[in-house]
Design a protein around this ligand. Sequence first.
Ligand code: HC1
Ligand code: SF4
Length: 571
Amino acid sequence: KFIITIDGMKVQCQKGDTVLTAAKRADIHIPTLCYLKEINEIGACRLCIVDIEGQRNLQPACVFPASNDMVVKTNTNQLRKARKNVLKLLLSNHDRECLTCTRSKTCELQDLAEEFNVDEVPFETNRTNHTIDDNSPSIVRDTSKCVLCGRCIAVCRDMQKAEILDFTNRGIDTQVTPAFNDSLVETDCISCGQCIMACPVGALKEKEDIEKVWDAIEDEDVHVVVQTAPAIRTALGEEFGLPIGTRVTGKMVTALKRIGFSKVFDTNFAADLTIMEEGYELLNRLETGKNLPLITSCSPGWVNYCEIKAPEYISNLSSCKSPHQMFGAIVKTYYAEKNNIDPSKIFVVSVMPCTAKKGEAARVENQVNGHKDVDAVITTRELAKMIKQAGIDFNKLNDSEFDNPLGEYSGAAAIFGATGGVMEAALRTVADVVEGRDIEPVEYQEVRGIDGVKEATIKLGGKEINVAVAHGTKMAQELLDKIAAGEKQYHFVEVMGCSGGCVTGGGQPHVSSTIDTDVRVERAKVLYKEDNIQKVRKSHKNPFIQKLYQEFLQAPNSEKAHKLLHTHYVP
Ligand code: HC1
Ligand code: SF4
């Protein structure tokens, strides 16, 4: 431990601290743009420059190591002027159509321009050479907005191990693009959307489907059903100024009813259904010993990764469709029959925290009797826009309940949105089935939390099964490498494409890179709370799931269940 002085204040430091981390500890805010904690620490944008006694030049705080007795100034006329000039340069090369930009009000560059009172952009560089790539069903790239911070490159490479984006050209012609300036659809992009979350500006965004949804709602011939993923209710409130970690389930349902959906159902119902199908699939594989470990398939970013980068594990993937796809298949068969509605007149909308879900819904494998399971996928951010467009004052809404019966869910379903949640939900059901009794406690703490890979050994019917959970495709790859090394036999593995699981998916509300809160933890807490308050906390005990099997599906993994609820993968 040692002491440095920042702006006249003594700050205690430890080895490994940079000037930026030391300043943060003392609640001194140094502006940053290219900096992403532990992911992109490259000192490139030079907004975080500080004046360090004894140094001839101004130094970037994000990479400059703190050392004993150092004296630092973060706020001088020279620094303010230099930062303002950096911003002017950035803005001179930036498409400044803020009024029509999706990131207006969540843009970190806009915030900085305001903070530093940038009142003119004295130079104008030639920006004709930009690309708008909107061929992907999930992601839109617009290089005219790019500030070359490199955050998307670092996330795609170091967190997702997808390595799609990089700097190309030099000097004034520098751009961030996929190799050969290909369109994202031509690359191995897994559509996870983590680059969108890393982008401080509007250079990356989701492909919007809002208009499709409004058109369906307006069409009187169409019965429009909406379902919400587990992770929406923990983050939607942030779009309306509520603190991170605010549960807004009831308000969300009211808003969806006000928007005009015919029925407001819940993907959670189908999460319970997934557990039934996947739980029995696991029991079957444990019995035959084939294709172990069983690996979850509900995260389409992960499925894309597996198909592209690890096709040798395709036979390990669960054949279960993801919950929202199962949900669509049930709506267009069981629900349509029961309510005497022509399935071709039903339009299913999924509200998802995920950009890869857009591509998943478009897959030809995810259809039943020629009908797409899901007709449109919108992100949490898109839903927030629809609520605003509809003139709804979200924070003043009362709570309402989901419609029945496809809106009823167990606590096990609620936790799907957090890393480890699918594993825990499956274990609750599988343990009961194997042991033939009600196993308590229902919580499996070993698979909770944000460690990159979590492992546990569970006793089931006198045998031990080894389970593992990975989140973020880089950690998934590390786990696959471990499986391949054969040090341990794993039986069941959960993988989510994004670090933290769906709660921090690529379609969730933007959070400023300057806050210190671990969003993954705060949003997950809401889901575990939702689990705790449910009377039924195991998927197989959801009475509506039991009824669905009795009336329609017969049994888990039955022929009918297979036809409607299972899929296949393409290397
Ligand atoms: Fe997820 Fe899922 S939990 S994939 O993480 O299995 O997106 O929230 O909806 O389908 O249930 C996402 C979340 C979501 C599915 C479920
Ligand atoms: Fe990389 Fe994911 Fe962005 Fe594709 S969507 S470029 S894989 S971070």
